[in-house]
Design a protein around this ligand. Structure first.
Ligand code: AMP
Ligand code: MG
Length: 302
């Protein structure tokens, strides 16, 4: 998944670690759009034909489409061609605006149809980078449950799952990355137990061209990186897939609309602006022992 995965599992032996790694490997084989054997590769090269999928990938695609609808297209799993044009993971560069607007036409998630295990994505092209890590964490969480593991901390790029307490009885304390700092800096902490937390931030992937920084969270209306005053959005959920979807979607919606959406949907979310202002949904502010630890950041009333 082109990111770093770490696992901490309290268990009698290493078996669970190996199982979890296999789960990630098999998901990579099913979902990576650059792997010729993957189901997503097959869909992206089907040229409008039906493709037969595994049950799990058919379910994932159905879920992705409905998330796109629920978020009014802020989360859009069909930005594959647009992402390729930016070349974030290959040769990053600003695409030709005319090319970009053509590609946007091929980013209509309504073209996705799934019936049983048969799917068709029309002229679109999938990029599941905004959902795959959370989905993978859900699968790992299920394995931890099956294996009766009571304490674990799994991190997959910007998504984390914490289960149970540490052996000394204390809760897992998660640092929320300081979007203006390095990978080891955090601006706030929270305690998570049995929940997933995903962060979408401009620092995850990007490049600078002619003095302008271009990041990887795309505004589906323009095809360009989202330009608002946000640096990151984190969402805590009981499901990994939802925390991943909504962190991306709320970032795209922006502070004002994102907060309104999050409150209406009952999401626990925190928004960080380029002025180091921190906004949370009401419930989040009182939950998870949320504490701002970096004095440069200020919690503002929404
Ligand atoms: P995340 O780090 O979860 O916010 O996801 C960002 C990744 O999702 C990008 O690297 C792209 O692969 C993909 N992506 C970018 N913009 C969007 C969007 N508006 N909706 C869905 N996925 C997106
Ligand atoms: Mg996401």
């Amino acid at each position: 998944m082109d990111t770093i995965c770490t696992q901490l599992v309290y268990a009698p032996d290493r078996d669970v670690l190996v199982q979890n790694e296999r789960i990630l490997q098999s998901l990579e084989n099913e979902l990576a759009k650059t792997r010729e054997q993957s189901e997503i590769y097959a869909l992206n090269h089907a040229q409008g034909d039906d493709v037969r999928l595994s049950d799990s990938t058919a379910g994932l695609l159905t879920y992705a489409k409905s998330a796109a609808q629920t978020t009014g297209g802020a989360f859009n799993p069909t930005l594959g061609l647009v992402m390729d044009a930016w070349g974030f993971s290959a040769t990053p560069h600003v695409p030709d605006p005319a090319v970009l607007s053509d590609l946007l036409v091929q980013s209509d998630y309504e073209e996705i149809t799934v019936s049983g295990q048969t799917a068709n994505i029309g002229a679109t092209n999938l990029d599941l980078g905004g959902i795959a890590k959370g989905y993978a964490l859900d699968r790992i969480a299920t394995n931890l449950e099956d294996q009766k593991i009571e304490s674990a901390l799994i991190s997959l790029g910007g998504s984390i799952y914490a289960k149970g307490k540490k052996p000394d009885g204390s809760a897992y304390l998660i640092g929320l990355r300081d979007p203006a700092g390095t990978a080891n800096d955090y601006f706030a902490t929270l305690m998570v137990d049995g929940n997933f937390i995903s962060t979408s931030g401009i620092y995850e992937r990007g490049f600078t061209q002619d003095g302008t920084y271009y990041h990887h969270i795309i505004d589906p209306k323009t095809g360009y990186p989202v330009q608002n005053n946000l640096l990151s959005v984190s969402v805590v959920c009981a499901s990994g897939i939802d925390s991943d979807i909504y962190s991306t979607a709320l970032f795209v919606m922006g502070l004002k609309d994102g907060l309104i959406f999050a409150e209406a949907a009952g999401l626990d979310a925190v928004f960080v602006t380029n002025e180091k202002k921190v906004y949370t949904t009401d419930h989040f502010a009182k939950s998870f022992g949320f504490t701002i630890t970096n004095e440069a950041y200020r919690h503002e009333n929404a």
